[in-house]
Design a binder for this molecule. Structure first.
Ligand code: SF4
Ligand code: SF4
Length: 369
């Protein structure tokens, strides 16, 4: 029997969807279209599928679900769209309707269950503070490490803490749970995401923090863009690159060819382009060069929007293409542990020799204490 769904979340986007002229300008930038190559894998196709779900013209069959979940939510299509369609909002609404109708992907269901049981999507039983044991000081500065740095890339959390120590900052790690980014991206009910937001802002308030720094672009975007829509954020929110760019940091020379990958969460979603570049430009002897697609035109690493967990092969292909664009460099720096990991997977699949590092890992050994 055909499986039509009640698309309550998509209702509010009906007018938006109807403004798509099917011009196809979005095709030139979509990283999943480049990987798959037919219309349901690009913004206009996803708009048509979402509209079809809303109107009950099409059932939510396996292929519709797949194409809506293969969007990395990178937002590049929105930059190209002459109708100004908020494609990511439409896709995420469609996903909330699919989840509400019992269509959550099994791999995503495992992440959701882990966040409910452990407060993180990686199935780790330890709290972030116990996993990292960094930044014992008090002070009014908090560091929100994020689940990926805490459990998968502790070198990023350690480098961040070491930099803050070298700068003489008194700080402590927030008694955090998952920021909610992964749940928000894959279509979990916003009330459930709000519970995580409340737990985090309460932990920050009870620790007396008036400023919180983030080394993860995804967590930063949640606190900067999405938390204020649901909870009171009465502390300053800064990405570590912004925090460091404001300071007079002395860096040792490094004779390397360096380039920078803009994470979609930090760049297109939050407009932070200059702070990481200012820091890289301050490294004496480093030769910085932009990738052909950079800043607002930067190509997605392919890992976002729940794509990496649900469609790892697609994610890897997109990452490999992105790393190949950096073949002129010796070091590819980025500002998100999730991008670091996905680009490393892509780099090894295409045999790239480029070293892929987070900005804090790159800068930490160069900062004079
Ligand atoms: S660029 Fe915008 S209006 Fe044109 S097809 Fe894509 S989503 Fe539709
Ligand atoms: S958000 Fe990115 S992946 Fe999704 S349709 Fe737009 S360009 Fe493609």
């Amino acid at each position: 029997m055909a499986d039509y769904i009640e698309a309550k979340n998509l209702r509010a986007a009906q007018g938006t969807m109807m403004t798509c002229t099917y011009c196809g300008f979005c095709k030139s930038v979509c990283p999943t279209y480049e990987g798959i190559g037919w219309d349901p894998s690009v913004a206009r196709g996803r708009i048509i599928l979402s509209y079809g779900l809303l109107r009950k013209d099409i059932p939510a069959d396996e292929s519709v679900v797949e194409h809506l979940y293969q969007c990395t939510t990178c937002k590049d299509c929105e930059r190209r769209c002459p109708s100004g369609i908020e494609v990511v909002d439409v896709v995420e609404r469609a996903r909330r309707d699919l989840v509400a109708s019992g269509k959550m992907l099994p791999r995503h269901a495992r992440l959701v269950a882990s966040v409910a049981a452990h407060g993180n999507p990686y199935g780790e039983a330890k709290r972030v503070q116990d996993a990292l044991r960094l930044g014992g000081g008090g002070g009014e500065l908090g560091y929100f490490a994020g689940c990926t740095a805490a459990y998968r890339n502790p070198s990023i959390a350690k480098a961040t803490a070491s930099i803050l120590d070298k700068l003489g900052e008194e700080f402590s790690i927030v008694d955090e749970v998952c920021c909610g980014s992964v749940l928000q991206r894959i279509g979990v009910d916003e009330e459930e995401v709000k519970e995580l937001m409340e737990r985090n802002v309460e932990a920050i308030a009870s620790a007396g923090k008036d400023e919180v720094v983030f080394s993860c672009a995804g967590c930063y975007r949640m606190f900067k863009e999405e938390y204020p829509r649901h909870v009171k954020v009465d502390f300053k929110v800064k990405h570590i690159s912004e925090f460091l760019a404001e300071r007079d940091i002395k860096l040792s020379p490094l004779r390397k060819k360096v380039t920078y990958h803009d994470p979609c969460h930090l760049g297109r979603h939050c407009g932070v382009y200059e702070a990481p570049r200012k820091l890289l430009a301050r490294v004496p002897d480093a030769e910085f060069r932009e990738m052909p697609r950079s800043k607002d035109t930067a190509r997605c690493c392919g890992g976002g929007g729940g794509v990496r967990s649900a469609y790892p092969d697609l994610s890897e292909k997109i990452a490999a293409r992105r790393v190949e664009e950096a073949s002129f460099a010796e070091v590819l720096v980025t500002t998100c542990p999730f991008c670091v990991n996905n680009l490393r997977v892509g780099g090894s699949s295409c045999g790239s020799k480029v070293q892929i590092m987070d900005l804090v890992e790159f800068l930490e050994p160069l900062i004079e204490a």
